[in-house]
Ligand binder design. Structure first.
Ligand SMILES: Nc1nc2c(ncn2[C@@H]2O[C@H](COP(=O)(O)OP(=O)(O)OP(=O)(O)O)[C@@H](O)[C@H]2O)c(=O)[nH]1
Ligand SMILES: [Mg+2]
Length: 435
């Protein structure tokens, strides 16, 4: 299955809890604190990868979490850091924060990556809190929860190959036979009015074909459906130039290559007139509608060869003769073309900022207080992080929490509120119960 958009929930690994531990040695009855710090939680990273063509990995599974950090241990042992979780997406994926509707990254080259959910910091162990005034800290911090985020992934479909040719040569028929695209097919010119994209699956890989409206002489000057679609095929890596065998069949069934050669040449002229870049694109000439004759095609193919037109494949799109083989031979050419294109494009790796919203540098004093619906709600990134990391089950932890609240002038506010029967919250955590 091919998927070009998906929304997933990502969560960084929680930081490991800090440890409370005391030295116990034979001749040191009152050993000091030696609880180690918890490890960092892993980050969730999204990385572009050349071997991934679709977002279908994200169709069934929607939640992804990185590994949590390990808890600190005795003897000041640091918990291990959680491993990052790397999610691979196709190159050309745009990563958006689904809530803020803000584009985080456009992953254009394999290896481009962005951290979308940072792991939490590990909590400090009790050894960290030892000081001249606090000689026996009986508490440690809890690990910080990993960051959560809803992320939208969008794969920009860029056609790998464009099917071009005169009107009615069978371009739409071909794309409808090899992909799930269902464009209108009819025996009159200009049936197709806008380009159609179709995804082709070959050997577990996917690529995108584009069926463009028919081209005629003068297309580069705006004749027919004009030059707007020539611009469209300029972005395709490879051109499949479709020829219609019926143009080489006389009413009596004999073969005359003249009109076919003229068709081919006039389209080539239009491509060159439009842009030299378009004219230089790799082109695969494919003869369609081979079901229309029982005669051998060799004389026609030889005549075309003399006119310097090398037919790469002969197919009958309507009966699906030779279409699978054509797609099979296209795959390696497309993969090669993709990698050449990437070499020409500088990687964004250096400029994509890794989102690592560690909150440590934001001050504890940076908070706001709001009374709503009989609740006192205090918000502030660093303060909320600190509250989440406080272990309210230990006296020392609560004492440190009170000290910090007092220092930043919040303790009296919370106590005043409590006297009025108003509950106080820092982020989601109710704190008046603990003070
Ligand atoms: N006999 C035969 N007819 C075909 C074949 N492929 C397409 N046709 C017929 O050719 C006509 C035109 O086919 P389309 O697929 O609409 O052609 P197109 O190149 O997309 O045409 P435009 O969109 O107008 O440029 C239709 O009547 C098809 O049924 C084929 O392999 N054999
Ligand atoms: Mg068509």
């Amino acid at each position: 299955m091919f998927l070009d958009e998906a929304t997933i929930d990502v969560t960084g690994g929680n930081g490991g809890n800090g440890c409370v531990s005391w030295r116990h040695e034979k001749y040191i009855p009152m050993g000091g604190p030696e609880g180690g710090d918890g490890g960092y939680g892993g980050d969730v990273i999204i990385e572009a990868n050349a071997n991934t063509d679709t977002l279908s990995d994200f169709a069934a599974k929607k939640r992804f979490s990185a590994e949590p950090g390990g808890p600190g241990r005795g003897r000041k042992c640091h918990g291990h850091d959680g491993a990052d979780l790397v999610l691979f997406v196709p190159t050309g994926t745009i990563v958006t924060d689904a809530t803020a509707k803000e584009v985080l990254a456009d992953l254009q080259a394999p290896g481009d990556r962005i951290a979308v959910a940072a792991g939490g910091r590990g909590g400090f162990g009790n050894a960290h809190f030892k000081s001249s005034v606090r000689r026996k800290p009986d508490f440690a911090e809890k690990g910080e929860p990993g960051e959560k985020r809803e992320v939208k992934l969008d794969l920009k479909l860029v056609a790998d190959a464009g099917i071009i040719g005169y009107p009615s040569v069978g371009k739409s028929t071909l794309i409808s036979m090899v992909s799930s695209a269902r464009p209108k097919i009819a025996p009159y010119p200009f049936t197709t009015l806008v380009p159609n994209l179709g995804v082709v699956t070959v050997k577990g890989r996917q690529f995108v074909l584009c069926d463009v409206p028919g081209l005629i002489e003068g297309a580069s000057e705006g004749k027919g459906l004009g030059d707007q679609f020539l611009r469209h095929i300029e972005r395709c890596g490879i051109l499949i130039h479709l020829l219609d065998l019926s143009r080489a069949l006389r009413p009596d069934g004999t073969i005359d290559p003249k009109s076919l050669i003229a068709d081919y040449r006039s389209i080539r002229r239009e491509l060159s007139a439009f842009s030299p870049r378009l004219a230089k694109k790799k082109e695969l000439v494919v003869l369609n509608k081979t079901d229309l004759t029982l005669e051998s095609l060799s004389p026609l193919l030889s005549a075309l060869k003399r006119a310097r037109i090398t037919v790469a494949a002969s197919i009958s799109a309507a009966t699906k003769q030779g279409t699978d083989a054509l797609m099979n031979s296209l795959l390696p050419l497309i993969l090669k073309e993709r990698s050449t294109k990437l070499q020409a494009k500088p990687s964004l790796k250096a400029v994509i900022p890794t989102l690592h919203p560690q909150t440590a540098e934001e001050g504890m004093r940076n908070f706001s207080v709001e009374e709503k619906k009989g609740k006192l709600v205090i918000s502030g990134k660093r303060l909320e992080q600190f509250t989440q990391m406080t272990n309210f089950e230990s006296q020392g932890g609560v004492r440190r929490f009170r000290d910090v609240l007092r220092k930043i002038g919040l303790l009296s506010t919370v106590e005043r509120a409590r006297k009025k029967g108003i509950h106080a919250f820092i982020g989601q955590i109710r704190i008046d119960l603990h003070l």
